[in-house]
Every structure is written in C-alpha cells, then in structure tokens.
Write a protein that binds this ligand. Structure first.
Ligand code: 5GP
Ligand code: ZN
Length: 114
C-alpha cells in the first residue's frame, strides 16, 4: 500500500466506496464523479502507478474483471454500449497515480467517442 494513494486507501477501507466486485487481487467500485450511471473503476489491490508497472498476470486479472463486468453493468443501467479504457500516464489524462481501468456505460444519444 502507498500511504498517500487514495485508491490504496479505498482498497484498505479507509475511504468509503461503493463496491462492485472484489477478489484477492482486484477491486472494482463506482466512480465518485461518474461520466454516466454505473461508471466503474477496476484496480489492482496492490499499488502500481502505470499499466506497464503491473505484473503481466495481474494486468490480465484486472482486464478479466473489466471484461466480466461489461454485461452486468450494461444490463444494470440499460446501456447501449461501453467504453472500456485506461488513461495511462498524466499526458493521457491519468489523475490518480494507481493504475485503473474505466468501464463507462454508453448510450445511443450521448455523443459517442471516448
Ligand atoms: P483518471 O482521470 O485518473 O483516469 O480517473 C480517475 C477517476 O477516479 C475519475 O473518474 C474520478 O472521478 C475518480 N475518483 C477520484 N477520486 C475518487 C474517490 O475518492 N472515490 C471514487 N470512487 N472515485 C474517485
Ligand atoms: Zn495505490
């Protein structure tokens, strides 16, 4: 755990969050400022700043959870599609320096694009 990392604090239960999924290595929770209803963040429980800092197996586990959550999240909010993405590095818009994937429900009339 990185003491000053908000996502590590969420994993530790020190900052409340709305859990979507949890296993030994991966945690998924609702985004506090959602781009759409059901916007979910999927993170490794261990602290890694960037996607490429995660061991390959862990990166696969994180993506597998994102993959598994697409259908239930789409169903929960009656979405027409999903943006499944990582902002990786500050230049790519990564604001929280703990690698995280976004699962963002999309709707026919929401303008499209990322
Ligand atoms: P980024 O821009 O780094 O890819 O995305 C960071 C995401 O984390 C944003 O969508 C933001 O709303 C979300 N976020 C930031 N702080 C918190 C928090 O304390 N709790 C939750 N649930 N989401 C957060
Ligand atoms: Zn962290």
């Amino acid at each position: 755990m990185s003491e000053d990392c908000i996502f590590c604090q969420i994993v530790a239960g020190e900052i409340p969050s709305r859990t979507v999924y949890e296993d030994d290595d991966v945690f998924a929770f609702l985004d506090a400022n959602p781009l759409a209803p059901g916007h979910t963040l999927v993170i490794p429980k261990s602290h890694h700043e960037h996607v490429q800092d995660m061991p390959n197996d862990l990166a696969s586990d994180v993506f597998a959870v994102m993959h598994r959550l697409v259908d239930p999240i789409e169903s929960a909010v009656d979405a027409d599609g999903t943006t499944v993405a990582f902002n990786n590095g500050e230049a790519a818009g990564q604001e929280v320096p703990h690698a995280h994937g976004h699962v963002v429900p999309r709707f026919e009339d929401d303008g499209g694009g990322p």
